[in-house]
Design a binder for this molecule. Structure first.
Ligand code: AR6
Length: 179
């Protein structure tokens, strides 16, 4: 599924983000940047120890912020590690932190002169964000950024499993082609 914004493309696919060939993968990390389960574990396993070595030097990353490391053995040259909110009840700033995680990842990609990047569904796994709301924040934040930043040519959401893909696809359809 595809959505055009000026000269940029937003694409939704179902799959494993570690196989992506974009300039950077975005990792749904924890604030200690020490690796973990889910997509974080998959990226560290596929990319090798060089990624964790750089993460240790950086030290940490607060929720809503993003940092850059090598992509190690991945096809992608870089990994952007961002930290989403742990969902409690929606009244603890979760929406703003999640939007910020996407925005800060995109800003870091622009500052590094990257043209393409791949996102997972940040906070939609272990961190428990309700899927439809996580999808709405993810898509509107990325589309709003692409409207004002033509340097990023391609953003791919690589969604693990049919449920996650279907939720993102439904939200994108509801936003409509002119969003
Ligand atoms: N490719 C794409 N998406 C994936 C992959 C993959 N290979 N593997 C899992 N997902 P999660 P969070 C999906 O839990 O909720 C880690 O332990 C998954 O199905 O990875 O932000 C960190 O260290 C879900 O849709 O991240 C943190 O402690 C989405 O990725 C914590 O989990 C995000 O799920 C972060 O939790």
């Amino acid at each position: 599924m595809e959505h055009l914004v000026g000269n940029s493309r937003l694409v939704l696919v179902q799959g494993d983000i570690t196989r992506e060939e974009t300039d950077a993968l975005v990792n749904a990390a924890n604030s200690g940047l020490r690796g973990g389960g889910g997509v974080d574990g998959a990226i560290h396993r596929a990319g090798g120890p060089a990624i964790l070595a750089e993460c240790r030097k950086i030290g940490g990353c607060p929720p809503g912020q993003a940092v850059l490391t090598t992509g190690g053995n991945l096809k992608a040259r870089y990994v952007i590690h961002t930290v989403g909110p742990i969902y409690r009840d929606g009244a603890h700033g979760e929406a703003e932190i999640l939007a910020s995680a996407y925005r800060e990842s995109l800003k870091l990609a622009s500052a590094t002169k990257l043209k393409s990047l791949s996102f997972p569904a940040i906070s939609a796994g272990v961190y428990g964000y309700p899927l439809q709301e996580a999808a709405r924040i993810a898509l509107t934040t990325v589309l709003d950024y692409l409207k004002t930043h033509s340097d990023i040519e391609l953003v791919r959401f690589v969604l693990f499993g049919q449920n996650t893909f279907d939720a993102f696809a439904a939200v994108l359809r509801d936003l409509g082609p002119l969003y």
